[in-house]
Design a protein around this ligand. Structure first.
Ligand code: SF4
Length: 334
């Protein structure tokens, strides 16, 4: 089947879908394709991904394979979109998993019926080059230059609007928390407890995946704290700020998270670092955050395929308990 025979494109709801999913979906729709996004991760999807993967790969990659398997069966789509993102972009590259993804999918599902529609994003930090990569994909899919250019423009605009809306909503939450803190501080009866805000620092496909982090976010909220997401901080200023943290950190998403931590750590009561086992970038990044970010308590959590989020609730309870004591001027200090 050639690319031109494609009518319906499936997109796995995993990995960089959480970073570029709005753009991808809109781009293909603007080009006249039907788009099917796999459902949110559940146990069945995860277990299929785990069964198809080698033990050594990270939980996020296993989850991705589960989404591929979910889309590949039946007649839901005649192509799957699996892009490759280079890690050659010095200081703002990607984990090598993103680069290898089309090959990993081909090797994992050699008999898969839908064909792969792929593209190589060589430099995601360079808007012109990224545009050229998408226009080339559109050309392969049969679009003329005008259609391709219009589709990309609209898709990029939709992604930017979505990112801006999430960043704005988070700023509004922070402003409300600050206002509430002032009210509590001025209450001389001391009956009101100040609000607690936790910054969750995780790759977006970990932080917003209901199966991977849903229980953790719900547990923090059940304990009475507001969850803010580092990946929802405005990307451009966060990336810029990240160079204060490290000149050499090679991964763009970790840079975004680092910049967000620098921007927000004084406005939250605690930080939860959440990573998926075994993640090379996070093992270095989380350690650097723990060592270098001062003045705010940090809890480091790791989820693996065996334990899931079990056991994390007790640790979260203790952490939030400590934060409340600290708020009362008790045993933690800078
Ligand atoms: S950054 Fe970590 S969690 Fe994400 S794909 Fe790479 S190894 Fe997996």
């Amino acid at each position: 089947m050639s690319d031109n025979a494609v009518r319906t494109i499936g997109i796995p709801r995993s990995l960089l879908f959480y970073e570029y999913g709005v753009l991808w979906q809109r781009f293909f729709e603007e080009l006249g394709f039907q788009v099917v996004v796999s459902p949110p991760t559940d146990r069945a999807i995860f277990e299929r991904g785990e069964a198809a993967s080698v033990d050594e790969v990270c939980l996020a990659s296993k989850t991705f394979m589960g989404h591929v398997a979910a889309l590949a069966e039946g007649d839901q789509c005649d192509a799957l979109f699996v892009p490759s993102f280079d890690n050659s972009d010095i200081r703002v590259g990607f984990c090598t998993k993103y680069q290898a993804l089309p090959d990993l999918v081909r090797a994992t599902f050699p008999q898969m019926r839908p064909q792969l529609v792929t593209m190589r994003v060589q430099k995601a930090s360079d808007k012109k080059r990224m545009r050229a990569d998408y226009l080339e994909l559109a050309r392969r899919l049969g679009a003329n230059p005008r259609q391709a250019s219009r589709a990309y423009k609209r898709a990029l605009h939709a992604q930017e609007a979505s990112d801006a809306a999430r960043a704005k909503a988070q700023q509004e939450t922070l402003a409300l928390l600050a206002k509430y803190r002032k009210v509590v501080a001025s209450d001389r009866t001391g009956t009101e407890q100040p609000p607690l805000a936790i910054l969750l620092v995780a790759h977006p496909y970990i932080a917003h995946d209901p199966y991977i982090a849903g229980d953790i976010v719900a547990a923090i909220e059940r304990l009475g704290a507001t969850v803010l997401f580092a990946d929802e901080a405005d990307r451009t200023p966060a990336l810029k700020r990240s160079f204060e943290f490290s000149e050499t950190l090679p991964w763009m998403i970790n840079r975004h998270l680092a910049g967000a931590v620098l921007q927000l750590h004084e406005q939250v009561d605690g930080i939860v670092l959440l990573s998926a086992f075994p993640c090379g970038p996070d093992s270095m990044f989380d350690d650097a955050i723990m060592r270098n970010v001062q003045g705010v308590p940090i809890l480091n959590l790791m989820i693996d395929a065996q334990s899931g989020s079990a056991g994390t609730e007790t640790r979260l309870e203790s952490f939030i308990d400590i934060l409340r004591f600290q708020g009362k001027g008790s045993y933690l200090h800078d």
